[in-house]
Design a protein around this ligand. Structure first.
Ligand SMILES: [Zn+2]
Ligand SMILES: [Zn+2]
Ligand SMILES: [Zn+2]
Ligand SMILES: [Zn+2]
Length: 333
């Protein structure tokens, strides 16, 4: 009896425990061992299977899905940081807290970013932010974490001035994150960079408020990518001659609107759009009316309109296009 499938069967179902253990001892195939570790009924058989495993993917699967105690043996054998992160991301109820054991051994900053953003346990997510020290990793979390409390915690841990400026350069959309970052951003050169280049006019305005030196204001007035920052800087420059020079350089420092968009700097405003159905021809802004439907999807913007029905409680199916979703797409159930 050398066939691995038969050995799996014996490990799970042989009459005596010694036969079941003997079967495991002859198993070599990593997937077969994983199957025994998860589904065999005796803990000793399951653990024997785990001791024979080295494959990190199989061990990860066991750490997540096997019963209490067997999962712990699997975590002990995990060495790969990515595998440990997976266990920390998918804690199961009644797993005896093995996700914490995996988490404690995590040090890789990129994997910790993943855990901070995606673990299904909010306590794990929060602790992952505590373990992050790499400033660029923290910027990523402050901008992209789906959970707001994680984003706020990440921005609180930012100290590096260049990293704080990056929060604005990468267009953080969370208002609180931006407020915290702006409060901590004091380096005048970084502030000049933000005032000149940040895509949000509110961010540019807030940065301008914190810039004081005349030479820095001149830098903004001359080289800002957006008219509003130039205009604001010129208001604060006191030297008349310099102002004349700058005015010669930028014939006009305020926006030159062409409908919704400035001809000079490309900034947009939320009026005077040139609507083509649901989308503005000039700036690409969309509105939730006059869509051009092709089945369930708008041909112009990325809006969809499925017609959900529930053939059973856990599966929603669109009656128009057949799309299936397990989570409730309407938010009603
Ligand atoms: Zn402009
Ligand atoms: Zn527009
Ligand atoms: Zn549309
Ligand atoms: Zn549909």
């Amino acid at each position: 009896m050398t066939d691995q499938n038969e050995l799996v069967d014996a490990a799970k179902n042989a009459l005596t425990i010694s036969d079941r253990l003997r079967a495991v001892e002859r198993l070599t195939d990593q997937n077969a061992l994983a199957e025994v570790a998860i589904y065999a009924k005796d803990d000793s058989v399951c653990k024997e299977a785990v001791y024979r495993l080295t494959d990190q993917n199989a061990l990860t699967k066991i750490a997540i899905h096997a019963g209490y105690d067997v999962n712990r043996e699997a975590v002990k054998r995990l060495t790969d940081q990515n595998a440990l992160a997976k266990v920390a991301i998918h804690p199961r109820y009644h797993n005896g807290g093995v996700h914490w054991e995996a988490f404690e051994r995590l040090t890789d900053q990129n994997e910790l970013v993943d855990v901070a953003m995606h673990s299904t346990n909010d306590h794990v997510r929060s602790e992952a932010v505590e373990k992050l020290t790499d400033q660029n990793a923290l910027v990523k979390v402050a901008i992209h974490a789906p959970d707001h409390s994680v984003r706020w915690k990440a921005v609180e841990r930012l100290t590096d001035q260049n990293a704080l400026a990056k929060v604005f350069m990468h267009d953080a959309t969370d208002y609180t994150v931006r407020c915290i970052a702006m409060k901590k951003l004091t380096d005048q050169n970084e502030l000049v960079d933000v005032a000149k280049n940040a895509r949000s006019k509110y961010v540019r305005r807030d940065a301008m408020k914190k810039i004081t030196g005349q030479s820095l204001l001149i830098e903004v007035a001359k080289y800002a990518n957006y008219c509003d920052a130039c205009e604001e800087a010129m208001k604060k420059i006191t030297d008349k001659h310099l102002l004349d020079d700058i005015a010669k350089m930028n014939s006009n420092s305020s926006h030159d609107w062409d409908g919704c968009q400035c001809r000079r700097c490309g900034e947009t405003r939320s009026e005077f759009h040139d609507w083509d159905g649901c989308k503005c021809r000039r700036c690409g802004e969309t509105r939730n009316e006059q869509h051009d439907w092709d089945g369930c999807y708008c041909k112009r913007c990325d809006k969809d309109r499925h017609d959900w029905d529930w053939p059973n409680t856990w599966l929603a199916v669109c009656q128009r296009c057949g799309r299936e979703e397990e989570d409730d797409p309407t938010g009603y159930r």
